[in-house]
Design a binder for this molecule. Sequence first.
Ligand code: SAM
Length: 185
Amino acid sequence: MKRIIPYAHELLQEVVQDGDVAIDATCGNGHDTLLLSRLVGINGEVHSFDIQEQAITNTSQLLKENHVTNVQLHLDGHENVDKYLHDKAVRAAIFNLGYLPGEDHSIITKPETTIEAIQKIQDRLVTGGRIVLVIYHGHEGGREEKESVVSYCEALDQKHFEVTRYEFINQINRPPFVVAIEKRK
Ligand code: SAM
């Protein structure tokens, strides 16, 4: 069976093409940004967000090591995504909810701002475009965010969006799971 992160990456790989615009809403150490930068190619662009300077530094370092030039890093909350995208259409976005491993565990994604960012990105998705949410919820504040985000996604109109959930239901310690939103024709 597919692990959670490889599965989330596969959901992106299936839809992102050369020349696309893609978003890493929580860049952290930059692994998802690097994947997206490869998928959109030199003709595409990736916008990556994080509110922690350390995350932007780590991502910037990873991109430099890999000679990446198609990524714009934003030291800003993903809820401000519209400031940077204007009316650009988006093929895909990924969110890793929770805290940055190895850093301050009290700096976490929050339900209101996560949902605000999802709303802004869903309005810019091209047909067939996807928002992939990797929901970590074992930490303090994680349950509240999980419940709010899942409720929001469950209420999306099925005429416009397909929403799926992928998870291991017999693992201990509240493992992360994936929710994916796809814009319908
Ligand atoms: N995808 C990352 C990786 O591969 O390393 C891990 C991301 S980590 C689970 C969550 C990140 O979200 C943290 O780095 C945190 O600083 C960031 N974050 C929290 N609130 C945010 C917000 N409003 N906008 C953007 N990033 C935020």
